[in-house]
Every structure is written in structure tokens, then in C-alpha cells.
Design a protein around this ligand. Sequence first.
Ligand code: ADP
Ligand code: MG
Length: 251
Amino acid sequence: MSIILSAKELCKTYTVNKYSNDVLKNVDFSMEEGEFVSVMGPSGSGKSTLLYTVSGMDKMTSGEVCFSGRNMSTMNKKELSRLRLLEMGFIFQQMYMMKRLCIADNIILPGYQSGADRAAVAKKAEELMERLGISDVAHHEINEVSGGQLQRACLCRALINDPKLIFADEPTGALNSRAAADVMKELSAVNKNGTSVMMVTHSAKVAAYSDRVIYLVDGGIQGELSLGKYEGSDLSGRERILSGWLMEQGW
Ligand SMILES: Nc1ncnc2c1ncn2[C@@H]1O[C@H](COP(=O)(O)OP(=O)(O)O)[C@@H](O)[C@H]1O
Ligand SMILES: [Mg+2]
């Protein structure tokens, strides 16, 4: 198995009004190609910051991050945004969708930006929307669809350029449990097709879909738990194991 993402002695310090806050403290982390890793931990422990720095959205203060064999620490802004566009997908709780574009156009946009053939991108978008059950709202405005539909649209958009890795920050945080389960089933299916996933979540039910869970406390990894790949059965058993472990971690 090869490593898709690794961080070595990763540090991130935010400085606001001369007061500096060491948010990530020498984090060592790696994930294998095809792995599905969840990041859990108390609010403010640095989960989102970890996701943003390893994906190159936010600048690291020190340390080294490698993606698919390439050192991101030495890439400039342009190289990083190209890498994100072509090889990474992003899903956030506050969904950064363009309000002026319909669902389908939002999904298509990063495909066009990649320079891929337009007809092929449009066809791919259609297939993705079909697969995720949102074809009927393809031409709806962003505010004319349900939270679950919008989050599935975000997943389509994240998939349009066939990323190697999807970063998700609380992708189900704003959804009811039914819609959350739908989104997680899709994300899990995407992962089974070979796309790696790194996801922040507050929910043991949601994290139960992942292969491995890391627990962040005060900017450092306090522990990790391997669950093995979810094969479509006994999700509640996995959730029970995870919940027990989370209690030991001080959850
Ligand atoms: N852009 C920023 N500027 C300054 N401080 C920030 C910024 N983003 C996050 N922080 C601080 O970093 C810490 C960790 O935040 P975050 O990574 O969002 O935590 P989590 O996702 O685990 O809740 C918090 O103390 C937060 O206030
Ligand atoms: Mg967060």
C-alpha cells in the first residue's frame, strides 16, 4: 500500500493581535491510498485546522506535508490550487456553493476549470447526479433544495474531477439523521471505489463508516482506533466500539 498523505512535525500557529495560538503542535499523521480516516476531538482542538493545512488551503507554520509522493511544503499558491482542483475534493458543512448558479452548474464548474472537455464534464455531472439521486433538482437554485440534496450535490461537485482524496469537514453537521445516513452511504461507496477520505465529524454514528479514527486534543493526536473497512453490515456494532473508545479518550 502506498501513502497518499503524510504530515511530519506539522505546526500551525495563528497570530491575532500579537497573541499567538499554537493550534497544531508537531502533528505526525499519514494515511494510505484508499483509506477512510475520521478526525474527532473536542471543539477547538484543531480538527478543521488540520484538514485545512494538510490540504494546502491554509499555510502551515512549519513541518512537512506530502501528497501522493509530492512535497506540498515547497509548492507555491498556484501549484497548490492546481493540486486541489485536480486531485482533491472538498465537502464542508457551510457549503461553498455559488448562489447564482443552479445545482448542475455548481457541479460542472470545477470540471470546466480543470480544462477538461466540456461535453465530457457535462456528461459526468449528469451521471453523478443520477447516481446520487438529485437529477430532478439539477436546475434548481441552491436555496430551492433540501439540506440533504445540497450536501449530495457537494459530493457530486467534489467528485467531478475524479479526486484521489476527499476532505470533508463535518459533512453531516447540518443534516437530520436520515439525510446524514444517505450522505454517508454515498461517501462510503465512493471510498470503496478507491477514493481516499479524510473527514472531521462530531458524530460516532458518522465516524463508524471510517476505517480508522484519530482523536485530536489540544493540537496533538492523543490516540487512534482501527475499525477496519466498513463492508456494509453491523454499523451499530462499530458505533458501539467507537463510543466506548471515545469515552476512554475523554469524549
Ligand atoms: N483563521 C483563524 N485565525 C485565528 N485563529 C483561528 C483561526 N482558525 C481557527 N483558529 C483557532 O484555532 C483553534 C482550533 O480551531 P479549529 O481548527 O477550528 O478547531 P475544531 O475544528 O477542532 O473545532 C481555535 O482556538 C480557533 O479559535
Ligand atoms: Mg471545526
